[in-house]
Design a binder for this molecule. Sequence first.
Ligand code: ATP
Length: 217
Amino acid sequence: MTQALLKTIGIFGGTFDPVHIGHLRTALELRQLLELDEMRLLPNAQPPHRDQPGVSAEHRLAMLHLAVEDEPGLAVDDRELRRTGPSYTIDTLHEVRAELGEQVSICLCLGMDSLVALASWRHWQQLSELAHIVVAARPGWHLPVSGEVADWLADKVVTDPVALKTRTAGRVFVEELTLLPVSASRIREDLLAGRSVRYLTPERVVHYIDSNKLYVE
Ligand code: ATP
């Protein structure tokens, strides 16, 4: 008998300071590959692991909305910006799970750089109780082979993405993606130096940055 496939929601977190085509292409490609019903871009309020963002949460959120406005498969989830205090992914997943219920599959999408540092995240071992983990790996990157993250991964890794739609959480899937060579820090540097960032982020975001004079000092 064929197993019924669950409704599946992806979550792609980041600072998005600002959002760019690298984020958007990866989100779209993962949505297609995993056949997600929806991919949510989820901006972090106070990332526990990095410096504070360069512009306000309101600006980062407005740019995200502009960036996905004409792509029905991508959505924005602003819950971390509405919370006070640091953004912990485990708290976010608890909230999303409570809202979606126990019959929906949730895929938390991370870069390999985040996965390698996973053991520094709050209650990291519980993440897989609430969601699957999907790792977008640049060609040449490999999963950790020793240490506590490797031990934790051992019985979770699957190679067929359908496995993410037959249960609601608990699996780890790695997809090799050629990531576009764009970063938010490079965009901020270009703007500070007075250079154009056209084509690195959607045109509407470029206009928003220009009209609000963002990242120029
Ligand atoms: P910064 O340059 O300020 O560090 P960033 O461009 O890496 O920012 P983040 O908001 O920190 O953007 O990243 C959010 C998520 O997007 C992370 O999982 C990160 O690995 C991923 N990401 C960043 N750049 C790219 C890219 N060019 N292609 C695909 N994914 C990317």
